[in-house]
Design a binder for this molecule. Sequence first.
Ligand SMILES: N[C@@H](CCC(=O)N[C@@H](CS)C(=O)NCC(=O)O)C(=O)O
Length: 203
Amino acid sequence: MKLYYAAGTISIAVAIALEEAGLPYDAHKLDFAAGEQQSPDYATINPKGRVPALDVGGTILTETGALLDYIATQTPHLMPTDPVAAAKARSVMYYLASTMHVNHAHKMRGHRWADNESSWHDMTAKVPETMTASAQFVETECLIGPYILGDTFTLADAYLFMVCTWLPGDDVDLAPFPKIRTFMDAMDARPSVQAVRAKGMLR
Ligand SMILES: N[C@@H](CCC(=O)N[C@@H](CS)C(=O)NCC(=O)O)C(=O)O
């Protein structure tokens, strides 16, 4: 497998998942500063111009949640088999994809939604508020603690971890969120997270 990634982005949730699964992978780093994700070469990999993309034997898969689900099919015990627990884990993943990641993207990617630069500034200024609201939702609704489903780690935790690494940079004060802080400490202690950190994949 080959993972297309950029450091500190949501693509690192997939790297953490591959480490958790013990699956070997090649990692191809994209230079976001140079806009490599928008290059014609990368468009042949992922026409959306985003990371992650995962090459699985010549087929390219995209969308973080789909990649995590794919990896879970390759190794037992990384997603729950109980249907209700699995749906709970996935509901967090869908929330992250549809809402919290999108809130975060308003900080730097306002040009996706508006043409006037003043609108971009407005969107950037709103991010601490929307990300604090998302953190509050994660704290009260998503974490049993220390992980999403309690004591059992699932790949949804890798997804949540990466999104929560963005909170300090989005000016979210973590003091009111003890469950998130405990979750982040538990994730930091995992060999998978230590491995991606050692590879320079986290910022
Ligand atoms: N829904 C996609 C979102 C992927 C995404 O937006 N990734 C960001 C990095 S966190 C990206 O590649 N941004 C590049 C850009 O906007 O140019 C997923 O979860 O895989």
